[in-house]
Design a protein around this ligand. Structure first.
Ligand code: PEP
Length: 273
């Protein structure tokens, strides 16, 4: 077992609510979370979060961001509230979009980019993800960039090629400083399907991703945390986090119940001894 202190890039636990919950349900979630913390959380473990060895993030819909920021202040540990997307331009005629300065004004520190649902349903491409990543990093946000292959691509032995292509097309001319850029490996066939990549598949893909970053001569290639996402549950979280190449988890379904969100967070603490 890899101990928490031996994960050189720390551990990131990030829950993506997708298009679930409005402000009232956000209040209810946090009320449930505070109850779950009272019942199941050892306050001493908050130290790992205060020291930054363990980072907890929640990624709610844009309409819940302010409520979530407010609620997060009443937790015994830091919980970063991150946006699900943002435009690369800072203002203008882009109906339905939100900009970095808008997020900054309310105190949002980070943005998720290139989620496969954005690619599948809203025309996000490597080219548009690249514009977003570049602009948002320049504006001082930290960015979690999602990449991953489809089932067909995996079955045709193309996983490595696809991951390298995504990294090349999105990141080739972007330099990121330490601690500001995070990659999430999200095999599309594992998102919301109940199928999870095995530890071997996960480690292999994460090694390929790091190699692709090194091939770009990206100075932060070694320091970039690489998270796994795809049907993470409280039951499989510990095994996934125990993979040597996994620096954290990005998960959707299991983040919608306060108890299971906390259980996934707690699974990181099981690596402490
Ligand atoms: C996600 O939304 O990024 C995700 C991985 O979803 P799920 O955990 O539900 O598969």
């Amino acid at each position: 077992m890899i101990k928490i202190g031996l994960k050189p890039r720390g551990i990131w636990i990030a829950g993506n609510w997708k298009m679930n919950f409005g402000p009232k349900e956000t209040q209810d979630f946090f009320s449930d979370l505070r109850t779950a913390i009272q019942l199941h959380w050892d306050l001493k473990d908050s130290e790992f979060l205060h020291q930054g060895q363990l980072r907890a993030c929640l990624i709610p819909p844009v309409i819940c961001l302010q409520q979530a920021l407010l609620e997060a202040q009443n937790l015994p540990f830091p919980l970063e509230i991150i946006a699900q997307n943002a435009h690369w331009e800072t203002q203008g005629a882009f109906t339905g979009e939100i900009s970095g300065p808008m997020l900054k004004e309310i105190g949002i520190p980070g943005v998720l980019i290139g989620h496969s649902e954005r690619r599948q349903f809203f025309g996000e491409t490597n080219a548009s993800a690249r514009l977003r990543v570049e602009s948002l990093l320049k504006q001082g946000f930290h960015v979690i960039l999602c990449i991953g292959e489809t089932r067909i691509e995996r079955d045709h032995g193309k996983t490595q090629e696809i991951l390298s292509q995504q990294i090349q097309e999105i990141l080739s001319e972007i330099k990121f400083s330490q601690g500001r850029f995070i990659l999430a490996y999200e095999p599309i066939w594992a998102i919301g399907t109940g199928l999870t990549a095995t530890p071997t598949q996960t480690n292999e893909a994460h090694q390929q991703i790091r190699k692709a970053l090194e091939d770009l001569r990206q100075p932060q290639a070694t320091n970039t945390p690489i998270l796994y996402g795809g049907s993470v549950t409280p039951q499989n979280a510990k095994a996934l986090l125990s993979c040597s190449e996994v620096d954290g988890l990005l998960f959707g379904g299991a983040s919608l119940k306060a108890e299971s969100f906390l259980a996934v967070l707690k699974s990181a603490l099981q690596l402490k001894s």
